[in-house]
Design a protein around this ligand. Sequence first.
Ligand SMILES: Nc1nc2c(ncn2[C@@H]2O[C@H](COP(=O)(O)OP(=O)(O)OP(=O)(O)O)[C@@H](O)[C@H]2O)c(=O)[nH]1
Ligand SMILES: [Mg+2]
Length: 324
Amino acid sequence: MIRKCIGCGIELQSENKDKIGFVQNEKQELCERCFKLKNYGEYQPVNLNNNDFQKIIDTIPANSLVIYVTSLLNLNLDYLYKFKNVLIVLTKKDLLPKSTKDYKIINYIKKNYHNYLDIEVISSIRNYNLDNLFKKIKKYGNRKSIYFVGLTNSGKSTLINKIIKNYADNNKEITTSLYPSTTLNIINIKIGNLKIIDTPGLLGEKSIINSLTSNEIKRITPKKEIKPRNYQLKGETSLLIDKYIRLDTHINDNIAVFLSNNLKIIKVGKDNQKFKNNYKYSVTIQKNQDIVIEDLCFIKFQKEADIEIYSPYQINILKRDNLI
Ligand SMILES: Nc1nc2c(ncn2[C@@H]2O[C@H](COP(=O)(O)OP(=O)(O)OP(=O)(O)O)[C@@H](O)[C@H]2O)c(=O)[nH]1
Ligand SMILES: [Mg+2]
């Protein structure tokens, strides 16, 4: 029988120490990679890519319930159209200011996306709305396979762990981490009659995290409630967002930048040319829109604007209505 790692789902093997799924001892249930991640926070990259993960996602039967998990910070719903019978879960609510209104986020999605069953805003860490979500999972997922899908780091495995903790009578724990590609293959979990399946997250191919070291990924990941940084822009302005982004615009507006509290932002004068020779992205936004730099930050604008963004890294830029 094929044995799989209980932490990441990869097939276990004891032949090659340098390959994924390695265990010293055939009796171990956790692969070495998961063991190091879990106990020492030590990250070992893998050579699996989106094709491998896509193949796994393609095996999801059409009659399954799909729990599409996305972090509220990115709100990446690009892959929603690939699935049927979808329950959208917007997670990491604890990272947004407490005044953030769920209904505003839900209304935005209702207005712009269709073909899903329901939406829930949650925080796995704070146990926020998990009872409501679990009721919906039972309602829509009865006698179905229930697949948790979403981009890497969206919080699928953390959510399943919380569901196990709250509603199951076992103490299984899937490996989670702030680094990309933690879950490597399908993991089956039974909770009562429910057939829950964790999947590896797709990689946002243009996300900044593909270019950063594990220390930098740690540095840019918000861990606590974000304290928005407000700037009053008057005319031509340039902002340097830590070592990652330069933002140039020419407007009068009050903007708010949401990112990890330990990153620095500085306003610079016209003479400062930093990052101007790097990748350049031009974005036009309408009134009351946010610009999202996937996995790094989002910026709330109130007025329409033309914005130039420069970065030494490849980044993915999304637009949406103001969340807050
Ligand atoms: N603040 C906060 N962090 C969360 C929440 N849920 C998950 N995280 C964090 O997000 C990171 C990614 O979580 P995972 O559960 O490993 O994400 P995943 O979607 O399973 O990722 P892959 O297995 O790579 O596809 C971890 O650092 C989690 O602690 C949440 O509700 N709030
Ligand atoms: Mg996972």
